[in-house]
Design a protein around this ligand. Structure first.
Ligand SMILES: [Zn+2]
Ligand SMILES: [Zn+2]
Length: 348
């Protein structure tokens, strides 16, 4: 089969690789739609722990083969990939904290992913979907679950106010979940006007561009002491520092942006957090018990009832064969984009 393989830092090739056969307890998905994740771009630009690797964990397709001990009733079913493969045995898995599993794998990071015609995955990692969910929308289920998980961690309640820092794909998914779950005020910040326009279209009440206005002052003008919940989805240190002054005392801040590991925070940040009794909450992936969690079932329900607008987030579509060029352009900052969908070539 054809696949886009990360061969080294900054080296992605479209090439022939062996077609996987599903092992016992596994199914094989014939990939129909692939969405490029920011983490895939990071693996390409900054390098990854292992090579060669078929990237890709935001995928949908049709189950075309099943391994031993798997019901044939799966054949022909549409599914999206649930990328985390926990051990289901360790202390954290027993608690239902699957993303903290002591011995996990991850499709598209620690094992072959979906930038390919086919992917082999455990039966439990196939999220079975109704046939009428378009494949492109199904490929965007995973990033939506991360946003839903952030709101669960932040204990978001209907009627609360929120600030979303960053209107990339996770930020825009957060905006939609805030709208669906009934936020009274949704403020979104981003340096790109295009992103803010999409945010407005899908539910933001106010958008702020930090290149044009003082975000802290503007949020305080609108929300007084700050938001009930602040969601950080940029991974930019200066933005992280803004989270406390825009959050009300006893409010919550949920962090999902991956920060550069060679930077540090002044301890005034912690002092500010203590004085205002703000809860700082980390978010990693999107899982809860029973696996994969309510984040996934709620996302599928919101897709089916039209609550989640995935189409507004898709900016480009390319065949998978163009992945090397697409990544080169993204790496060189020559392709301003939201979600990019890749499609494997149809072969018989
Ligand atoms: Zn992702
Ligand atoms: Zn485990």
């Amino acid at each position: 089969m054809k696949a886009a393989v990360l061969e080294n830092k900054g080296v992605l090739t479209y090439t022939d690789v062996p077609t996987p056969e599903p092992g016992p307890g596994h199914v094989r998905l014939r990939i129909k739609a692939i969405s490029i994740c920011g983490s895939d771009i990071k693996r390409y630009v900054d390098g990854h722990r292992m090579y060669p690797l078929i990237l890709g964990h935001e995928n949908s397709g049709v189950i075309d083969r099943v391994g031993k001990d798997v019901s044939e009733s799966y054949l022909g079913k549409h599914a999206a990939i649930i990328p985390l493969v926990p051990c289901f045995k360790c202390e954290e898995c027993q608690r239902g904290y699957y993303s903290a599993c002591h011995d996990y794998s991850f499709i598209g990071s620690r094992q072959s992913g979906g930038y390919a015609e086919f992917v082999d995955l455990p039966e439990k990692n196939a999220l079975i979907l109704p046939d009428d969910v378009p494949f492109e929308r199904a490929a965007l289920i995973e990033p939506s679950t991360v946003a839903r998980h952030m709101l669960a961690l932040g204990d978001f309640k209907r009627g609360q106010t929120a600030v979303v820092l960053g209107a990339g794909s996770i930020g825009l998914m957060i905006v939609q979940w805030l709208r669906i779950l009934g936020a009274s005020q949704i403020i979104v910040t981003d340096v790109l006007e295009e992103n803010l326009q999409i945010a407005s279209k899908i539910g933001a009440h106010v958008t702020l561009n930090p290149l044009k206005v003082d975000v802290i002052k503007e949020v305080q003008k609108i929300l007084g002491d700050g938001a009930d919940l602040t969601l950080e989805a940029t991974g930019v240190p200066q933005v992280l520092e803004q989270t406390l002054p825009i959050t009300r005392p006893r409010g919550r801040v949920v962090l999902a942006g991956n920060q550069p590991l060679d930077k540090s925070l002044p301890l005034t940040f912690i002092e500010n957090m203590m004085r205002r009794e703000i809860s700082l909450i980390g978010c990693f992936m999107s899982y809860s018990a029973p696996f994969p969690g309510h984040e996934w079932t709620e996302t599928v329900a919101a897709l089916l009832n039209g609550g989640l607008d995935m189409d507004a987030l898709i900016s480009h579509r390319f065949p998978l064969s163009k992945a090397p060029e697409v990544f080169k352009k993204i790496g060189a900052h020559q392709l301003a984009h939201q979600k990019i969908i890749l499609s494997p070539q149809e072969t018989a």
